[in-house]
Design a protein around this ligand. Structure first.
Ligand SMILES: [Cu+2]
Length: 239
């Protein structure tokens, strides 16, 4: 407040809040993703080929990451994002903070993640054995690098937006992760409770896409204005 009386600030804030047509970017779209029908029994990840990883899991079977269900068949590892309707010409800066993917117990953690174009993508190797990070993009340049135990960290980024692309480990064929690269921050990955939240939207009508690695995508149209919170459910089923 140096040099300016607080009254001026209060007046400025009041004007901003009542000014007609002021963009609020205050709307939220939230919801829950659920699985319908009888969940298929998926084979656990077969890690026997890598005793070090098998050991991390106490020799016990490791749940298949393809289907993550919570109570009431809520679905985890679903990427939900705004796929259409954002104002043309508006840009959002990429965060300087990296999105981190670890390799732990011969799994990529998290299994599904989103980040923005240009945002640092940091890859850790907590396992202390040789892994390999091999992205399989259709639009971005592929990244394919081994990460021996001595290399604890590597950082890269993605130059272009791209819907979900897969990451594989060429050493351990069961290791798999999926990444979404966006030009905006309006995406959300569900945890086991199936919940997603996309906030900070301007008034408008948006196409929302929900993606599952095997069950494909679904879209919905949602209109928000002011400081709305709209709820949109998504249901996936095996066809
Ligand atoms: Cu590996």
């Amino acid at each position: 407040m140096r040099g300016i009386s607080s009254g001026v600030w209060v007046a400025a804030l009041l004007v901003a809040s009542v000014w007609p047509g002021a963009a609020s970017a205050a709307s939220t779209i939230t919801g829950t993703v659920t699985f319908e029908g009888k969940a298929p029994a998926l084979k656990p990840l077969a890690m026997d080929a890598e005793p070090a990883c098998h050991k991390v899991h106490g020799g016990k079977p490791v749940a298949n990451e393809m289907l993550v269900l919570g109570p009431g068949n809520t679905m985890g590892s679903i990427m939900v994002w705004v796929s259409k309707g954002l104002p043309a010409g508006k840009t959002w800066p990429a965060p300087a903070a990296p999105v981190v993917m670890d390799q732990k117990g011969c799994r990529y953690l998290p299994h599904v993640m989103g980040l923005m174009v240009g945002q640092p993508y940091r890859i850790l190797n907590s396992d202390g054995i040789l892994h390999n990070i091999h992205t399989l993009p259709k639009i971005n340049a592929a990244f394919n690098r081994g990460q021996p135990a001595t290399v604890k960290e590597m950082t890269t980024n993605f130059a272009k937006p791209e819907g979900m692309l897969q990451v594989k480990c060429d050493v351990h064929p069961w290791m798999s992760a999926y990444i979404g690269v966006f030009t905006h921050p309006f995406y959300s990955v569900t945890k086991e409770d199936g919940k997603f939240t996309i906030s900070g939207l301007d008034a408008g009508t948006y196409e929302i896409t929900a993606w599952h690695e095997r069950l494909g995508t679904q879209t919905a149209s949602v209109t928000v204005s002011g400081s709305d919170t709209k709820t949109q459910a998504f249901k996936f089923a095996v066809k």
